[in-house]
Design a protein around this ligand. Structure first.
Ligand code: NDP
Ligand code: 2IT
Length: 460
């Protein structure tokens, strides 16, 4: 397997210079937005082999255009807490690119949210959504609101205030938000209620990730985690490996992590660890998923409580230590930059065979290089975690038709979509001279779809 492209031919030299030039502009225009710069850099470097072979994209200045959000909305979100104090948070929505369809992407509620985080997520979303093959553009949003420790009433008041501003910018054919970190079915429900009240219309397709009773899709909750495991299983099988009998480490214990664990276990893997933002648990006998679900989905407790119920397990403070647990397959499903070069090296030394990213940009650029250079099978997030947004698009389709499909039907479509993403990523990697490098393959395959649509639609 080849690491990220080495510049060799003259055409690649020209492409490399062009990419570096545009990246300098991005850095100057977006100072201090380091996560956004990182996401751009990763994609730009992967595109060098494409530009060397097909200079048309350079001619149309697609890079210069694609890094500028079509619209970036920021707003204040005032609300009153249970003590009667007035609080104010920041709200964001980036409508990044609409070449392929209405803006689509989640909302994140976490204290670390700022314009850099939202822009990196929105930028990634453009290419991820393109890879699904569905008619959706790229967007993202959120707030620095911290839902942890808030009462349901506080969450309702906050989300209502958030939607009171956001509603004028979204719509089923305009921009369709969904969940992400800190935003699940409860928050989506409150936001949907407020949107419906303000619009005076029941527009089911304005948000996805809704509860089943009012337009939600079966299998949306499971989609990101299941899709990740379907994708990684394809990659493993292509290389003579399997989840069956493998030891797996999953970081996080939220929506993506829980359903990645569930599907990996169904495929016969032993999942020995998961985490939250305080620390991680190691259960050498294999995690009891019912306990994890009860603690995190129902009681909203900390993962450390697991060891009180299962005394054979151990709890460790801190997040990065989880990557020192020897495993065959690592599935980072918590947050950005959770695997740095040191953690990647530790994984390699301990014999990891595959890394599949459930989170968005969980590996630093250096970490991804370490994995690729050491022959680890590497499934980049924008391909491997696309199952969530893919089923969101299926939810939109069901809403448009005013009907709902069975769990089995949605799951089967999800499986097909993940298979197709794997195929298009591997094919692009082969075509552009980096066989086996899914980072290069996914970035090129996603970019080409968006760029071709942008060229066809003219300079708008
Ligand atoms: P959840 O809020 O359900 O869960 C997030 C999990 O990650 C929690 O266990 C949380 O711990 C942990 N976590 C969050 N922030 C940090 C941090 N800064 N440091 C350490 N741990 C952290 O979110 P999701 O499961 O939905 O999202 C997880 C990742 O997957 C994100 O990167 C998201 O962008 C990505 N993703 C999500 C999709 C979806 O459909 N939901 C689709 C594609 C990607 P704690 O409980 O302590 O906060
Ligand atoms: O990062 C992601 O792809 C998501 N959080 C899901 C977005 C969506 O619109 O379902």
């Amino acid at each position: 397997m080849n690491p990220t492209p080495q510049v060799i031919s003259n055409d690649e030299k020209v492409a490399n210079e062009y990419v570096n030039q545009v990246f300098e502009i991005v850095k100057n225009r977006n100072p201090y937005e380091f996560e956004f710069q990182q996401a751009v850099k990763e994609i730009f470097d992967s595109l060098i082999p494409l530009f060397a072979k097909d200079p048309i994209y350079m001619k149309h200045n697609i890079l210069e255009r694609i890094v500028e959000p079509e619209r970036l909305i920021t707003f204040s979100v005032p609300w009153v807490d249970d003590q009667g104090n007035v609080q104010v948070n920041r709200g964001f929505r980036v409508q990044f690119n609409s070449a392929l369809g209405p803006y689509k992407g989640g909302l994140r509620f976490h204290p670390s949210v700022n314009s850099s985080i939202i822009k990196f997520l929105g930028f990634e979303q453009i290419f991820k959504n393109a890879l699904t093959g569905q008619p959706i553009g790229g967007g993202k949003g959120g707030s620095d609101f911290n839902p942890k420790g808030k009462s349901d009433r506080e969450i309702m008041r906050f989300t209502q205030s958030f939607m009171t501003e956001l509603y004028r910018y979204i719509g089923p054919d305009v921009d369709v938000p969904a969940g992400d970190i800190g935003v699940g079915a409860k928050e989506i429900g409150y936001m949907f209620g407020q949107y419906k009240k303000l619009r005076g219309a029941f527009e089911a397709g304005v948000l996805t990730g809704k509860s089943i009773g009012f337009g939600g899709s079966l299998a949306r909750k499971e989609a990101t985690g299941y899709g990740l495991v379907y994708f990684v299983q394809e990659m493993l099988k292509d290389n003579g490996l399997d989840f069956e009998g493998a030891t797996v480490v999953v970081s996080g214990s939220g929506n993506v992590a829980i359903y990645a664990i569930e599907k990996a276990q169904q495929f016969g893997a032993k999942v020995v660890a998961c985490s939250d933002s305080n620390g991680y648990i190691y259960d050498p006998n294999g995690l009891n998923l019912d306990t994890v679900k009860q603690l995190k989905e129902v009681e909203e407790k900390r993962i450390r409580e697991y060891v009180e119920i299962h005394p054979g397990a151990e709890y460790y403070e801190g997040c990065t230590g989880i990557w020192s647990i020897p495993c065959d397959i690592a599935l980072p499903c918590a947050t950005q930059n959770e695997i740095d070069a040191e953690s990647a090296n530790t994984l390699v030394v301990n014999g990891v065979k595959a890394v599949g990213e459930g989170a968005n940009m969980p590996s630093t650029i250096e970490a991804a290089h370490v994995l690729l250079e050491n022959g680890v099978l590497y499934a980049p997030g924008k391909a491997a975690n696309a199952g969530g947004v893919a089923v969101s698009a299926l939810e939109m389709a069901q809403n448009s038709m005013r009907l709902s499909w069975t769990f089995e039907k949605v799951d089967q479509k999800l499986h097909e979509i993940m298979h197709n993403i794997y195929l298009s990523s591997t094919e692009a990697a082969n075509e552009y001279g980096h066989p086996g490098n899914l980072l290069v393959g996914a970035n090129i395959a996603g970019f080409k779809k968006v760029a071709q649509a942008m060229i066809s639609q003219g300079v708008v």
